[in-house]
Design a protein. Structure first.
Length: 546
């Protein structure tokens, strides 16, 4: 009949695409007619928060989709009836304008929107907890809320509606994981815990107290809440039991004039440690509790008067000696006090001698005064300087006696007081570093000290039933040496300009070991004790520059 049909591929008369008459055209002709319309990309206003940009839709990946528009015209042609087609042939066709279809390249839209809004994104910063040394309280460093731009949401919106001429990119606040408000609650809880705390040993009434600052050292205020510090909790518990416990006293010897006399043993009362620790840990971490009562148990002596050998039958097993020339008055006081504290100590057969236990603790209440100690990489003023003179001398005696070493700690660097017997020394620190030696002689041993302040000499003697063995002490063997660093100069504003005081002395570092050979009924054996001394720099304090 000559009427356009779907089969011949021509578009029905009267059809327009974006105002372009494509009626009677085939696909290729229609695409060519629309070619000039493809470049007509609209302007799009993009907004994000208070920011606005006007950009060509083409930069957002917009493009006219002529192919889809022609397909739409072909579909309308196919759907029209025969009557409409006849009307089109005689010029009476219905005019219909089809909008030009557009599409958006999502990747290009994302790239452009990301570039436009890049400066708006800010990462949130978590609030944090710190301990303010000035106020001695926990505090919060506030967090910062971040900003996150939702580019993905805007891209999806534009892809779904390419005809949009305004596009909003959502800007949302992004709170930190740990907020100021949440941490303030934990800080309030942590500061409430920092209060004086007192414990009492139930049956004795003896008390021990931790200061608020000491309690604050027992836990951490973290972003997740209160976190107990198990190490400091156990250390604090140990200090408290030291205050409240009344340990049993073994039978011992005491000087009466120049004679050693026997002193009867006595039972004591001490903390039931397992049960008491559970009580302590729970109550000290409960801000509503300010005290706790420790359950107690009877502490029985391990050496009775009946098993104490006659003092007149004791033999001198070994002697350790050291000198402390040029010591300060404070150091001499501590040497004398520590020597007196361990004088007369008795170690039962098979038990371990603990220097700190025999000493009774290094604190002012036990007669110790300030003196030079090694702490934090420096020789500084501290309580108990000179006690290590006594522990070193005791080690030499017990080592010469052949007693097995249970615990022995070295000083950080070589100390002049203990020369020339390098390596034959033992450092102690209360709490934490002890000297422990096991009595394997088969009988009780007596520790006796002889201190001569005038000659600056100290002897520690081991008395008992002399075991059937010989002990040969071998010289120290140095395996490595490290030169000391260059001197360090520290400004002291209390000194005059130009004044210089040396406060620490250089010492080379060494790796070495000491050894002894023990011969007894079981044979001959040699054991070693290793030591590593750090290289030490001289330190000078200088006055400020004029």
């Amino acid at each position: 009949m000559g009427v356009a049909t779907q089969a011949d591929g021509k578009i029905a008369p009267g059809l327009r695409i974006a105002g372009v008459d494509v009626g009677g055209m085939n696909r290729e002709q229609a695409l060519a007619a629309l070619g000039n319309r493809v470049a007509d990309a609209p302007q799009v206003t993009v907004s994000a928060g208070k920011n606005t940009w006007t950009v060509s839709a083409a930069k957002l990946g917009w493009h006219a989709d002529a192919e889809t528009s022609v397909q739409a015209a072909q579909k309308i042609t196919a759907e029209r009836g025969v009557l409409e087609r006849l009307q089109g042939m005689i010029g009476a066709a219905q005019v219909q304008d089809i909008p030009l279809t557009a599409a958006v390249d999502a990747a290009q839209a994302r790239a452009t929107l990301t570039r436009l809004t890049a400066g708006l994104n800010t990462a949130p910063r978590n609030a944090s907890v710190y301990f303010d040394k000035a106020s001695k309280r926990y505090a919060v460093k506030p967090g910062v809320t971040g900003v996150k731009v939702d580019v993905t949401g805007a891209v999806n919106t534009y892809v779904a509606s390419p005809a949009l001429t305004t596009l909003t990119v959502t800007v949302a606040e992004q709170p930190p994981q740990y907020t100021t408000e949440a941490l303030n609650a934990y800080v309030k809880q942590g500061n409430a815990l920092a209060r004086p705390f007192t414990v009492t040993l139930g049956t004795t009434g003896r008390t021990g107290t931790l200061t608020a600052l000491q309690v604050a050292d027992l836990y951490w205020v973290r972003e997740t809440g209160i976190v107990p510090d198990e190490t400091t909790l156990k250390a604090a518990f140990g200090r408290l039991t030291g205050f409240v416990d009344q340990p049993a006293k073994n039978a011992r010897y005491a000087l009466k004039g120049t004679q050693l006399v026997k002193v009867k043993e006595s039972a004591g009362v001490v903390t039931d440690r397992a049960a008491a620790y559970a009580i302590f840990r729970k109550s000290v971490l409960d801000a509503t509790q300010k005290s706790a009562v420790f359950p107690s148990r009877v502490d029985k002596p391990t050496l009775t008067l009946a098993s104490l050998p006659d003092a007149g039958k004791l033999e001198l097993i070994a002697t350790g000696r050291s000198t402390y020339y040029h010591s300060s008055a404070a150091r001499r006081t501590n040497v004398a006090n520590a020597a007196a504290k361990i004088n007369g100590a008795v170690v039962p057969a098979g038990e371990v001698f603990s220097f700190l236990k025999s000493l009774g603790g290094i604190d002012a209440s036990n007669g110790f005064v300030g003196g030079l100690i090694i702490s934090g990489g420096r020789t500084v003023d501290g309580l108990g300087g000179g006690v290590c003179q006594v522990s070193t001398t005791a080690f030499r005696a017990l080592y010469q006696a052949g007693l097995p070493v249970v615990e022995r700690n070295q000083h950080s660097y070589r100390v002049g007081y203990y020369e020339p017997q390098v390596g034959f020394e033992a450092a102690v620190y209360d709490p934490g570093l002890d000297l422990k030696m096991k009595n394997d002689t088969g009988a009780p041993i007596l520790i006796k000290t002889i201190n001569n302040n005038e000659t600056s000499t100290l002897d520690v003697q081991v008395w008992g039933v002399k075991p059937k063995r010989t002990v040969t002490i071998n010289p120290a063997v140095i395996t490595a040496r490290v030169p000391h660093p260059a001197p360090k100069y520290v400004v002291n504003p209390n000194l005059r300009p130009g004044q210089v005081n040396q406060v620490d002395w250089a010492a080379d570092g060494y790796s070495l070991y000491i050894s002894r050979t023990i011969k007894d009924a079981s044979g001959v054996r040699t054991d070693r004790v290793s030591t590593v001394y750090k290289p030490w720099q001289a330190v000078y304090e200088t006055g400020p520059r004029g």
